[in-house]
Design a protein around this ligand. Structure first.
Ligand SMILES: [Zn+2]
Length: 319
């Protein structure tokens, strides 16, 4: 896995994307609002661009139309020859790659912040690809220090050797906000306000970096995936049980070997038969039933994040 270089120049080209999943309503409505009233996304040294990432899915209030957009930013999708039969989201991923990328090129946006909701009880979750993303790790630390009451958890989603596939991977640096629990297609004021506040603080952090603020090294704790667990199923593929009440809503809590994870319709409990403690996330996420995922197993680990280079104070762009 190669690590992204730490920015040596101010971040000028910044985007905030909502509606990547068309039924995750905080980002959908924030993006729609900012497209009409973008002043909230302006800072002294840059103006972030609002983007409604998946207009067709958003209009239909569905996660996606043909294919999960947030899995479509792989080189095989982005670089293959377009055909009339391409899934809508593959075509849209190529458009977004033109707008915000091209991925892994010098012309790509400096930063993309992608807004999501989950039906799982994950609170305020910050999703980056890996611990090697130094800028994103400092940003996560900044959010944790600004909002200790939110206990922001950091989830590093990219598995070793795996190609990045998320929307924000088209930019040089990125982060996803994953706020929950919120049902699909529902807008909750508390989560909407929390997301709006976090976006403002992300932009403030970029401004601080651009103005030459020092960000020293620190120790960070984060979670990374080690496996997924599907529901118990019948031979026909239907559910044979539910997430156990003792596991439901306990995202980021330790799951010990022998603890119940599913309650079978037959009445018996299914127990976690792993050998070590894991930290489940995305527990009972509605969008993952079709993916065969009842929850994602993670491990908690700590690592040192190096200091970032201090920039010379950035002059405001000429008007
Ligand atoms: Zn999402």
């Amino acid at each position: 896995m190669c690590s992204l270089p730490v920015p040596r120049e101010p971040l000028r080209r910044v985007a905030v994307t909502g509606g990547t999943h068309g039924n995750e309503m905080s980002g959908v409505y924030l993006a729609r609002h900012w497209l009409q009233a973008p002043a909230e996304l302006q800072r002294l040294s840059f103006s972030a661009v609002p983007v409604l990432a998946n207009p067709a899915a958003t209009a239909a209030c569905r996660r996606y139309v043909d294919h999960d957009l947030n899995r479509a930013f792989t080189s095989s999708f982005l670089n293959s020859r377009p055909t009339p039969d391409d899934p809508y989201e593959v075509t849209r991923a190529r458009e977004l790659n033109q707008l915000l990328g091209p991925k892994a090129s010098g012309r790509a946006f400096d930063f993309v912040l992608d807004l999501h909701n989950t039906t799982a009880n994950m609170g305020t979750c910050l999703i980056a690809k890996s611990s090697h993303e130094v800028f994103a790790m400092h940003l996560c630390r900044h959010l944790q220090l600004q909002y200790p009451e939110l206990s922001c958890q950091v989830f590093l989603c990219q598995r070793s050797g795996e190609e990045s596939y998320n929307l924000d991977s088209v930019a040089k640096n990125g982060l996803a906000l994953e706020l929950g629990p919120q049902p699909q297609g529902v807008l909750r004021a508390d989560i909407f306000s929390r997301m709006r506040t976090l976006v403002a603080t992300v932009l403030d952090f970029i401004e601080l970096f651009n103005q030459g603020t020092a960000f020293p090294a620190f120790e960070m704790e984060a979670y990374r995936p080690v496996g997924v667990v599907d529901f118990p199923r019948t031979d026909a593929g239907n559910l044979a049980g539910t997430v156990h009440p003792q596991l439901q809503d306990r995202d980021f809590q330790p799951l010990q070997p022998g603890a119940p994870i599913f309650q079978m319709f037959s009445g018996e409990d299914l127990l976690y038969d792993g050998e070590s403690t894991v930290y489940p996330v995305f527990i009972n996420e509605a969008a993952y039933y079709e993916k065969g995922i009842a929850f994602v197993q993670t491990e908690k680990f700590t690592f040192t994040v190096p200091a970032m280079p201090v920039l010379n104070p950035a002059p405001s762009p000429a008007s």
